[in-house]
Ligand binder design. Structure first.
Ligand code: PNS
Length: 163
């Protein structure tokens, strides 16, 4: 069985991430979406527990996709899961430069981990978690940016807190 890992900080997961996960689930027998720490990014909007909850909500219904949290090295998770590849989305040259470096580092960490880079679908080229956090802050319609279950969960959370 060929398993792919879709890693990311997912703060929060967007429709662009979900599109990449869906496409990976067609290319591979199984996909593990992994919520991780990006030490290059400062304190985010959501805790690791919340980010994992949102990812799990988003992938509900995708039969060969599961979700985990991993606080260690990505290359170690690849070994633990017996995965064949990492899958990440790229929105342009900037993403590609960065992901290429990451792919080389992960490859060098052992196990000859392969990275598959999927070009973002045109409708999601401008999507990012940074943009999603802005939309959350300014009370925009989140269903345009986030998986529906996540948008609904955030709206309900705000209603429960009387916002
Ligand atoms: O969604 P992001 O922030 O682009 O994801 C980056 C992430 C979390 C996949 C990357 O920072 C990562 O792999 N972190 C785990 C630690 C690790 O394995 N580092 C080695 C590569 S520098």
């Amino acid at each position: 069985m060929r398993r792919a890992i879709c890693p990311g900080s997912f703060d929060p997961i967007t429709l662009g991430h979900l599109d990449i996960i869906r496409r990976a689930s067609v290319l591979f027998d199984a996909v593990t979406v992994c919520v991780m720490v990006n030490s290059g990014k400062g304190g985010g909007m959501f805790s690791a527990e919340e980010r994992l909850e949102f990812v799990c909500l988003a992938v509900e219904g995708l039969e060969n996709v599961d979700c985990v949290r991993w606080d260690g090295l990505l290359a170690d998770l690849v070994v633990q899961q017996g995965a064949s590849a990492l899958v990440k989305g790229v929105r342009g040259a900037g993403d590609f430069d960065w992901e290429y470096q990451m792919a080389c580092i992960n490859r060098g960490l052992g196990g000859a981990v392969e990275t598959v880079l999927l070009p973002a679908a045109p409708e999601y080229v401008y999507f990012s978690s940074t943009m999603a956090r802005e939309m959350i802050r300014y009370g925009q319609d989140l269903r345009k940016y986030l998986p529906a279950a996540v948008a609904d969960r955030l709206r309900k959370g705000n209603e429960d807190h009387g916002e």
